[in-house]
Ligand binder design. Structure first.
Ligand code: PNS
Length: 182
């Protein structure tokens, strides 16, 4: 008898999806059959990339390493807990790079369970990726720095394009109008 596949939800802003995020997906796939990467709305943030661009970037990153079959990338606009209930999600997974991440994530884990969603499993980032954040990647890309150790190549190109710069080129922030974006 074949049992139902176990499914984890990996939610975040993913602006953009980094190689650190990829490592969390890989670790989750060690204990669930499928991972759903959910590009969700964080009302405290103003993303650089559109939801569709972020979905494409995450999908390309996963496909580039052959994980496209076990991982789906979706955009969600409502509550995570509701999505989990409607989509047979067994567990939420989140990556932790440091203690500050735990302080930020722990209340969200409690709220998601209070709202009827599943529990959250925290996955520690390996030291190789623990210094990487989407904000840091965007900051470097803005200055035309090489970010290909942190994001997949096509994601890097997408960021340079969105920021109006290119590798090795200093941006004209006044012209690109990006100086207000976080
Ligand atoms: O990568 P982020 O920005 O830290 O991710 C935060 C995110 C998007 C997962 C969080 O804001 C979220 O869960 N948004 C969806 C709405 C929701 O369910 N809110 C209740 C839990 S805080």
């Amino acid at each position: 008898m074949k049992s139902t596949p176990t499914r984890a939800l990996f939610p975040g802003s993913f602006d953009p999806f980094t190689l650190g995020h990829l490592e969390i997906v890989r670790q989750a796939l060690a204990f669930v059959d499928q991972v759903v990467v959910a590009i969700a709305v964080n009302t405290a943030k103003k993303p650089l990339l559109s939801g569709e661009e972020r979905q494409v970037a995450a999908t390309q990153t996963l496909q580039a390493v052959g994980l496209g079959d076990r991982v789906e990338v979706v955009q969600i606009s409502g509550l995570l807990a509701d999505f989990c209930v409607a989509n047979h999600i067994d567990v939420i997974v989140k990556g932790l790079r440091n203690a500050a991440d735990f302080t930020y994530e722990a209340p969200m884990a409690t709220v998601n369970q209070d709202l009827g969603g599943p529990g959250t499993v925290f996955i520690p980032s390996s030291p190789q990726w623990a210094h990487i954040s989407s904000s840091l990647v965007k900051e470097l890309a803005r200055y035309g720095a090489n970010i290909t150790q942190m994001v997949e190549d096509k994601t890097a190109q997408m960021l340079y394009r969105a920021l109006g710069t290119s590798p090795g080129a200093a941006p004209d922030l006044a012209q690109t109008g990006q100086q207000e974006r976080k």
